[in-house]
Design a protein around this ligand. Structure first.
Ligand code: NOJ
Ligand code: CA
Length: 580
């Protein structure tokens, strides 16, 4: 029987079977950097609620909130110490309820971020495990092992943490002597749970129901590829190509076996159980997987009909800015997800990677995954980066399926490179002793009003990471209603995407450009999309121009021409499906 749930606002949400997520544009809010209502320099739930109308105007369908649960914030909330409480840093449960009601009244769905692979070391389960002897049920909720070597003073295996250093830390026993080791794929303050243990599984079902009862429309699931480890925890030697994104969170084109802690078959049983939990609720709730595995045909296993609904498309995110790479990844995505009946997804930025307005202009000597900072080589050209970012987004938002946006990209924000060392907070920065800058550069609080303190982020002007002086020019109020601004381009693209039902359309490559080394061109319903990734201007096909990421010009032949690193949408007449 379906549960009642606390279905706040928006009656449409009760329709089962409309599967809104198949075509949704989902906007990621990183709560600490979105909007600060109480002036302490850290974004909060009341701040988010106050700014939701701006997201409705932007034209997105849903918001995904990065974690706001109780946490010591050693990994910015991805280290949860209580899954059913709001961290006081972000507000109260009443603030959360108001956020959900307001969002639903505005027609926006709300997706929470579940972090099941690990807890914070402050979580009471881990504290109980530490206080209990080896072999106890409390220890069995986590992954404790004896060390190697005569005194057990070497870690149980050679696995390396994604954030740098060993994946194991040793605990001290009740007698004050060094004792067992525990596993942590990420920071030492993020011990991995033992998902072979049915007790752990049951607790998380309770946690899912807790938030579903409060009206959330689904979950983005953190590290959805990591929860089951290969039996026996064998040593692992990573091939060179996988050693990026902090130790192999993901990498394009790898045809290698997954490490023994990623992508193990056992994770799928968990997703089948979670699928059942969501099905108990009215309306269509969604599970989105963060699964850094390759190739895409493997990612598609996470979104089989009885598992999750969507998985982030990291292959797309990291595809090269060439016509060939873009066509390849789009074809592969539609084929891989389509083979299991899931929508393709598209994403260019999030809180873990260099913003695409910088990344798309990065040189080979400043690799993705390590972050970029003052001492990095090959810093990206911001003008070229923004131009490419706008072209890439205009291309992405015309693709069929579901797309993810990361807060601030609609303003064209670049990665902040010149952050002082003293301001950095990412555990990657500390665990690699500054060898890797980490992710702070994409997490700087976003600008709303050019002339306000902290550009409208916080009433007091406080900001947990310093905002660069040049960000006034990117502020939302400088771009709203301004023709040609990045914000206007996003709004136009989202409005057209919805009006012309591009999310549920079909992609068909234009034959005349199918092998072009410069141009990516396709039709989706009655829109033809042309992206120019080459160096020369390109003559556009006939039709009314609906959207342009850069101004088009009339060429000598009297036809509109598209500049390099630009995308245009052109209206044509929709051909009947039989003619395709
Ligand atoms: C992926 C999250 O997106 C990232 O921010 C976090 O550090 C790790 N998972 C660990 O939870
Ligand atoms: Ca605050």
């Amino acid at each position: 029987m379906a549960r009642k749930g606390n279905d706040k606002g928006n009656g449409k949400r009760n329709d089962k079977g409309n599967e809104w997520w198949r075509t949704a544009v989902i906007y990621q809010i990183y709560p600490r950097s979105f909007a600060d209502a109480n002036g302490d320099g850290i974004g909060d739930l009341r701040g988010i609620t106050s700014r939701l109308p701006a997201l409705q105007r932007l034209g997105v369908d849903a918001v995904w909130l990065s974690p706001f649960f109780r946490s010591p914030q050693r990994d910015a909330g991805y280290d949860v110490s209580d899954y059913t409480e709001v961290d006081p840093l972000f507000g109260t449960m009443a603030d959360f309820d108001r956020l959900v009601t307001t969002a639903h009244d505005l027609g926006l769905r709300v997706i929470a971020d579940m972090v099941p692979n690990h807890t914070s070391s402050d979580h009471k389960w881990f504290q109980e495990a530490l206080a209990s002897p080896p072999g106890s049920p409390q220890r069995d909720r986590y992954i404790f092992r004896n060390g190697r070597g005569r005194n057990g003073d070497r870690p149980p295996n050679n696995w390396r943490s994604v954030f740098g250093g060993s994946m194991w830390d040793r605990v001290t026993g009740a007698d004050g002597q060094p004792e067992q080791w525990y596993l942590h794929i990420f920071d030492s303050s993020q011990p991995d749970l033992n998902w072979e243990n049915p007790w752990v599984r049951e607790r998380f079902k309770d946690i899912l129901r807790f938030w579903l009862d409060r009206g959330v429309d689904g979950f983005r699931v953190d590290v959805a590829h990591g929860m089951i480890k290969k039996a026996g925890l064998p040593d692992y030697r990573p091939p060179k190509a996988v050693a990026s994104m902090g130790g192999g969170q993901g990498q394009k084109d790898q045809e290698v076996d997954d490490p023994p802690y990623w992508g193990q078959d056992g994770v799928h049983e968990i997703w089948r159980e979670w699928h059942e939990v969501l099905a108990e609720y009215p309306g269509d709730r969604v599970l989105c997987a963060e699964a850094w595995v390759a190739p895409l045909a493997k990612v598609a296993l996470w979104v089989r009909p009885d598992e999750m609904n969507q998985a982030f498309n990291f292959d797309y995110m990291f595809a090269g800015w060439t016509a060939k790479d873009q066509r390849r990844v789009i074809d592969e995505s539609i084929a891989a997800f389509g083979a299991v009946g899931a929508p393709a997804t598209w994403v260019l930025s999030n809180h873990d990677v260099i913003r695409h307005a910088s990344r798309l202009a990065l040189g080979a000597d400043s690799p993705q995954g390590d972050g970029i900072g003052p001492r990095s080589k090959g810093k990206p050209d911001p003008v070229l980066g923004l131009r490419r970012a706008r072209a890439a987004t205009a291309l992405m938002l015309a693709l069929p399926g579901s797309a993810y946006l990361y807060q601030g990209e609609e303003l064209g924000l670049p990665e902040v490179i010149e952050l002082p060392d003293s301001a950095r907070q990412d555990p990657t920065w500390f665990r690699t002793r500054g060898r890797k800058y980490g992710r702070d550069g994409c997490r700087v609080p976003i600008p709303w009003e050019a002339a306000a303190p902290a550009y409208g982020f916080s009433p007091t002007g406080a900001s947990w990471l310093p905002q660069p002086p040049e960000w006034a020019a990117y502020a939302r109020d400088r771009q709203e209603g301004v023709p040609g601004s990045t914000l206007t381009m996003y709004e136009t693209a989202l409005r057209l995407r919805r009006g012309k039902r591009l999310g549920s359309g079909t992609l068909e490559w234009l034959p005349e450009f199918a092998r072009s080394t410069a141009v990516v061109a396709f039709r989706n319903r009655d829109v033809v999309v042309v992206a120019n990734l080459g160096r020369a201007w390109v003559t556009l096909p006939e039709g009314r121009i609906l959207l342009e990421s850069e101004p088009t010009h009339i060429g000598r032949n009297g036809r509109p021409m598209l500049a390099p690193d630009a995308t245009a949408w052109i209206e044509t007449t929709e051909r009947p499906a039989s003619a395709r």
